[in-house]
Design a protein around this ligand. Structure first.
Ligand SMILES: [Zn+2]
Length: 58
C-alpha cells in the first residue's frame, strides 16, 4: 500500500492507547475503579459522581 502512514492507522493507535472501553463518558478507569478525571479520586463502579470534588460525567 502507500508508504505514508494513514490517518486510520493513527486513529487506531490512539484508540488502543486509551486502553479500555469507554462505557460512560468522562470517567477514567483504574483497576475496576472509576477515577475522577478532575481530581483523580477513586470510586467504585457504582459511583455516579465524584464524592471528593463533586464532578459528574453528565
Ligand atoms: Zn473528583
Amino acid at each position: 500500500m502507500a508508504s505514508a502512514p494513514s490517518t486510520d492507522d493513527m486513529f487506531d493507535e490512539f484508540l488502543t492507547d486509551r486502553g479500555h472501553d469507554v462505557e460512560e463518558a468522562g470517567w477514567e478507569e483504574n483497576y475496576n475503579k472509576k477515577q475522577c478525571p478532575d481530581c483523580g479520586g477513586l470510586h467504585d463502579s457504582a459511583a455516579t459522581d465524584c464524592s471528593v470534588c463533586g464532578w459528574s460525567p453528565a
